[in-house]
Design a protein around this ligand. Structure first.
Ligand code: DGL
Length: 277
């Protein structure tokens, strides 16, 4: 059998600025257990959310080039900031099918809302791009959208302060206006934020539906693979590496983090020089 015939058994590339994309990788592992994953976290250059479109696009292009060297059959941009700033451009540059997390999140939120008031919390970059408002309005122009950038959330997550009085205090400052606004649905519009879910839940209350786009993204990936005939036929045999992790810095820290949120045993992460791609 030649290489092309086996292409559907190749891995999925998943990337983020850091650890946030692991919330998406976790969902892909759960929903698509036959699929192998190559994950890249740009731990040397996180956060992306306070950087310009040009910089985020340049960084993301390097990551896509790296993933191409890993022969990935599809790429999941597990980062809202990249999905907002760079995905459209990158899609035009490579032949590999790509999906982001914004459209799936919007779909899930539109399904969930009853009063048609949706909140979005995200990075400053995602907020400035206006992408959530654009996609929501394109689907239903009667929906009211309230966006709020929460720039301190990413460093708090990267530092492991998921449940901490400091995080509570900062979250309260960011979220109070959303509580008062009467939204019934809140999109966690940054892949780091599902780690702060219980803090956000405490402040927003039980009546607000929290949307984590990861679930819908994995479903969309499944449909895309089926559509393109790219589904892996069987779970890779014991001994073949199911999941591989790469970072641009601080592999130990990443490893500890990954082990605390993934249920797939001891992982090791390898450092690569991403600026060489
Ligand atoms: N996790 C990313 C996102 O979904 C990026 C966070 C950051 O690097 O600022 O936007």
């Amino acid at each position: 059998m030649n290489k092309q015939d086996e292409w559907h058994n190749n891995p999925i590339g998943v990337f983020d600025s850091g650890v946030g994309g692991l919330t998406v990788a976790r969902e892909i592992m759960r929903q698509l257990p036959n699929e192998r994953i190559v994950y890249f976290g740009d731990t040397a250059r996180v956060p992306y959310g306070s950087k310009s479109k040009e910089t985020v696009t340049r960084f993301s292009r390097q990551i896509v080039h790296f993933l191409e060297t890993q022969d990935v059959k599809a790429i999941v941009v597990a980062c809202n900031t990249v999905s907002a700033y760079a995905l459209e451009e990158l899609e035009k540059e490579v032949d590999i099918p790509m999906i982001g997390v914004v459209k799936p999140g919007v779909r899930a939120a539109l399904d969930a809302t009853v009063n048609k008031k949706i909140g979005v919390i995200c990075t400053e970059a995602t907020m400035n791009s206006g992408i959530y408002s654009r996609y929501i309005q394109e689907n239903d122009s009667s929906v009211k959208i309230l966006g709020k950038a929460c720039p301190l959330f990413v460093p708090l997550v990267e530092e492991g302060l998921w449940e901490d009085p400091v995080t509570d205090e900062i979250a309260r400052r960011y979220l109070t206006e959303l509580v008062d606004s009467g939204i019934d649905t809140l999109i966690l519009g940054c892949t780091h934020y599902p780690m702060l879910r219980s803090t956000v839940r405490k402040i927003m209350g039980e009546s607000v539906t929290l949307v984590n786009p990861a679930y819908e993204t994995a479903r969309e990936l499944k449909a895309l693979l089926a559509d393109k005939g790219l589904e892996s036929e069987h779970r890779p045999e014991l001994g073949t590496e199911l999941y591989r992790f790469y970072v641009s810095d601080a592999a130990d820290k990443f490893q500890r983090f990954a082990n605390s949120i993934l249920t797939y045993g001891i992982l090791s992460a390898k450092v690569i020089r991403i600026d060489e791609f």
